[in-house]
Ligand binder design. Structure first.
Ligand code: HSE
Length: 309
């Protein structure tokens, strides 16, 4: 029987100023997904974790992606997937994107790599749509491509893989609930030209900084004048964590995806680890449990751990 086991990483979307268009893969946390190719057309979803996610394939983020692939390619085969999630749903660390991108890549490997990366992104976006109502690819793209990606467009799919600077990421996930759908609903539907111009400068500066490996330019560009001022209100201690992380030497950072996780980029592991302690201490003081992760930017994205193809 053909089978494959994947390590599917967390991702940080938006990268502060690039709402819905920029994202990066990190190393920790990650999900594990094991796929078997079946001779019969069923899609079977099993979970090894305690998140109580639906196992009906049409209601499951990985399941819907597999159903779309099966339908579109008119497959007579089915798939069995066992998912062990470590990326908590609703964390802002790309949990749904990991399940969706993992499903697309796992199915593709079992089918003999017949899909391009962009086709995998296309199918994986059905999973994001199920999870949040929106077909965005800013978490899916770095999961599939690795490193940092720019989603220039989703219709048609136009993904630009960018360089992955040698930086450290500290991410904290406070245990408070912020639903992506809610944190999208509170956003303003229109913005001033002044704010738009400022944001375009930041996004262009960030992409240029990443491509030129100009670390100070990356730091200067990690500013969001549109989304962060609205969403940060939903995240306890956001302003304090950001201010103190910058004072400790972080290059910059902000909300990870739609929150509640917060991330910071640093040039050294030492600074990234000091910021991890700071984040945890701030949440401990107000009795909010939190998980903190320190890792480098992950240049590979999804990795195959075992295969029998
Ligand atoms: N770009 C998305 C948002 C990521 O910020 O709403 C969340 O999944």
């Amino acid at each position: 029987m053909k089978k494959i086991k994947l390590r599917v990483p967390a991702t940080v979307a938006n990268l502060v100023c690039g709402f819905d268009i920029l994202g990066m893969a990190i190393h920790e946390p990650y999900d594990e997904m094991e796929f078997k190719l079946l001779d019969t057309p069923e899609i079977i979803i099993k979970h090894k974790d305690s998140f109580d996610l639906p196992e009906d394939p049409s209601k499951n983020v990985a399941g819907i992606v597999l159903l779309k692939i099966q339908e579109n390619l008119q497959l007579t085969n089915g798939f069995e997937v066992t998912i062990h999630k470590h990326i908590k749903p609703g964390s802002g660390l790309g949990s749904s994107a990991a399940s969706a991108a993992g499903a697309a890549l796992g199915a593709n490997a079992l089918l003999g790599n017949i899909l391009s990366k962009d086709e995998m992104v296309h199918f994986a976006m059905f999973g994001e749509e199920l999870a949040s109502g929106v077909r965005h690819a800013d978490n899916i793209a770095p999961c599939i491509y690795g490193g940092i990606t720019l989603v220039k467009s989703t219709t048609p799919i136009d993904i630009i893989p960018l360089n992955a600077p040698d930086l450290f990421v500290t991410a904290v996930h406070p245990q408070v609930e912020v639903k992506t759908s809610d944190s999208r609903q509170i956003l303003k539907k229109s913005i001033s030209l002044k704010s738009a111009v400022e944001q375009w400068g930041n996004i262009a500066g960030l992409v240029a900084g990443i491509q030129k490996n100009d670390i100070p330019l990356i730091g200067r560009s990690l500013n969001d004048v549109i989304i962060e001022p609205v969403r940060s209100i939903l995240i306890p201690k956001f302003d304090e964590i950001k201010k103190e992380s910058l004072a400790m030497g972080a290059l910059g950072g902000g909300i990870s995806g739609s929150g509640p996780s917060i991330f910071m980029l640093s040039e050294t592991k030492e600074t990234a680890e000091k910021i991890a302690v700071l984040m945890k201490t701030i949440y401990d003081k107000i009795n909010i449990e939190s998980y903190v992760y320190v890792s480098k930017i992950n240049p590979i994205g999804i990795e195959v751990i075992e295969e029998n193809l």
